[in-house]
Design a protein around this ligand. Structure first.
Ligand code: UFG
Length: 330
């Protein structure tokens, strides 16, 4: 089987690519390298530098014979999406339709899509099931929800089946792949930069949220657990399963302050912390119920304790203190 991994040079996509390859599935990676890293794609994979909005490039890739698509290509910064929604609707939504049209032209009917917990928006419900109302509080979540809606209607009208995986907060590292964004905005990599002495302090974005310690609660899930879910979802669709939406989290929330404390335990460093103002578009609590995927595909998060995720990310950081940048990918 040959799978096209769109956005396969990014953090989650490149871990999935590795795991597919290890399991004997041939992966072809298409990535424009705007935020991905060429080095994180395994040498054994065919790599095409290109954009999923380029229909001609897609035709060339599909002409080689593709059985299924995994779609990770997206901008994913909540704050940036509030500042610049056009960038998010164009890249995340409009270009996804170009990809889906290429799939239709080439009779490729199986799609695994990277969705997000951001489709739910602000909620008092915890944990969140897939049936929860969908009210994104930022354009990032809205752009992913627009893709989910398109997939729903495509699957009714055309020969097209999908699994939409709503990730909560991916964390950790796997093999030679770690989390390295430029600029970095995510909590755990920033906390580790402070621990490594590369940043003076960590700013907590608000401590007056309606949570026990006043800081936002998120559901962190190990990137290798996420990858495992993708492989299971692919097998499910290939075995004839119907289109489906699954949450992917570990069912336990951790506050920003708890993440800081765990980082201090793992690294043995005291982190200088400052309380700053809230970041726009941030919901107070996002914790997943992953019961549906556990029931349907026997998936559970195996590696998703805070200590394990931060420990793996810290080991990766010590091995690659400057992430991918020293290799000149930016
Ligand atoms: N945070 C800080 N200080 C920082 C960075 C983050 O306090 O320097 C806080 C954020 O306010 C948030 C939590 O740490 O409460 C986690 O923030 P991240 O930026 O690491 O992750 P997000 O929860 O914003 O984003 C993640 C995914 C998105 C997804 C979103 C759902 O990266 O793709 O969850 O809201 F959309």
């Amino acid at each position: 089987m040959r799978v096209l991994v769109v956005g396969g040079a990014g953090y989650i996509g490149s871990v999935v690519t590795r795991i597919l390859t290890q399991q004997g599935v041939e992966a072809v990676v298409l990535d424009n390298l705007i935020s991905g890293h060429r080095e994180s794609v395994p040498q054994s994979c065919r790599f095409v530098q290109g954009d999923m909005g380029d229909a001609g490039e897609l035709d060339r890739v599909f002409e080689d014979g593709i059985d299924a698509v995994m779609h990770f290509a997206a901008h994913s910064l909540v704050g940036e999406s509030v500042e610049n929604p056009a960038k998010y609707f164009d890249n995340n939504f409009a270009k996804s339709l170009v990809l889906f049209e290429a799939m239709r032209r080439h009779q490729v009917q199986t799609l695994i899509f990277s969705s997000t917990a951001a489709v739910y928006g602000e909620t008092n419900t915890s944990p969140i099931t897939e049936e929860h109302p969908l009210n994104p509080t930022n354009p990032y979540g809205e752009s992913k929800l627009a893709v989910e809606k398109a997939m729903k209607w495509y699957s009714r009208a055309y020969a097209f089946r999908y699994a939409s995986l709503r990730y909560f907060n991916a964390a950790g590292a796997f093999d030679a792949v770690g989390e390295d964004h430029s600029p970095e905005t995510h909590l755990i990599p920033i906390a580790l930069q402070v621990a490594a002495g590369q940043r003076d302090e960590l700013t907590i974005f608000g401590d007056q949220y309606p949570t026990p310690d006043g800081t936002c609660i998120r559901d962190y899930v190990h990137v290798a657990d996420l990858a495992d879910a993708h492989v299971k979802a692919l097998r499910y669709l290939c075995d004839g399963g119907d289109s489906v939406v699954f949450n992917l989290g570990n069912g336990t929330g951790h506050s920003v302050k708890e993440v800081v404390a765990a980082t201090e335990r793992v690294t043995g460093k005291k982190l200088p912390v400052r309380i700053g103002s809230v970041r726009s578009g941030d919901p107070a609590v996002l914790v997943a119920s992953s019961e549906k995927i556990t029931r349907s595909l026997s998936w559970t998060a195996q590696l998703s304790s805070l200590e394990r995720m931060i420990g793996d990310a810290w080991n990766w950081k010590q091995k690659y203190p400057r992430g991918y940048s020293f290799r000149g990918t930016h």
